[in-house]
Write a protein that binds this ligand. Sequence first.
Ligand SMILES: NC(=O)C1=CN([C@@H]2O[C@H](COP(=O)(O)OP(=O)(O)OC[C@H]3O[C@@H](n4cnc5c(N)ncnc54)[C@H](O)[C@@H]3O)[C@@H](O)[C@H]2O)C=CC1
Ligand SMILES: O=C(O)[C@@H]1CCC=N1
Length: 280
Amino acid sequence: MKVTFLGGGNMATALIGGLLGKEARADDIAVVEISEAARMRLQQRFGVRCHATPDGEALAGDVLVLAVKPQQMREVCALLKGRVREQLIISIAAGLHLADISGWLGGYRHLVRAMPNTPALIGAGMSGLFALPEVPDAGRQMAERILQAAGSTLWVADEAQLDAVTAISGSGPAYVFLLIEAMQAAAGELGFTSAQARQLALKTVLGAAQLAAQSGDDAAILRERVTSKGGTTEAALKVMEARGVKAGIIAGAQAACAQSRVLGEQLGDRAQKPGDPSAT
Ligand SMILES: NC(=O)C1=CN([C@@H]2O[C@H](COP(=O)(O)OP(=O)(O)OC[C@H]3O[C@@H](n4cnc5c(N)ncnc54)[C@H](O)[C@@H]3O)[C@@H](O)[C@H]2O)C=CC1
Ligand SMILES: O=C(O)[C@@H]1CCC=N1
């Protein structure tokens, strides 16, 4: 399977990392990337072919992955319009509706919207997927293979659910990195060196996530097992509750979901007034 990425930034890098050695070799992957520095980085890191513009060779792949920022998508679709025939196109952009992307591509309908996350780089990603009804089974399977090379997948029946996937697993690694940052900072305050703080925080997060994944019990039960009456964890959780840590995470995820919807509305054609000269 030949895969071309349009945009070779953070998320494309993570997906390429997942694909290599599983579904694809370096010469099966091409990247169209306007930044020379990014092209150099990708060539050196993965040995993939990089193009400055979407020339015919770059677009010859079986699958095109649109991996530019949502604000850059309309421009990239204009470059592809009329030049894609049978390929599967996967957009990984937050918020953007397939109806808009299809319109920008001149009515092209072999479209899948995916929401991956950066742990894809090590094959530990989590992706939500949605396909337009016109996508044949073979296309869905190709999308599944690409995202499964990067980790786990979840197909949703309604495209709008991808805004919620974005809020949980798309942005979610940042919430976990924030937790790691905070635990390292706390360890530093308690007298550990940064190397010790990193080991204590990372191994704890990793171990707790593995235990939660392998145990049949809910996270709440696992949390209770750590929390002895009158003990240290109870003291910590009381302070965290008073500071609204859990409520803050829930409200944050809701804000991420709302922002995904805002991006889709603001950048999509539905937001444009009739007669807007930038409308296509
Ligand atoms: N970073 C993340 O954790 C996730 C990002 N996404 C989505 O992935 C997409 C990309 O995000 P990032 O990789 O974080 O952004 P990024 O800014 O790191 O990468 C975008 C790349 O596209 C390039 N680019 C811009 N215009 C171009 C054009 N006309 N032709 C070719 N290349 C062009 C830029 O030079 C840049 O390297 C976004 O739509 C985002 O919503 C989805 C899931 C997670
Ligand atoms: O922050 C963003 O908009 C992108 C989408 C999910 C993760 N990063």
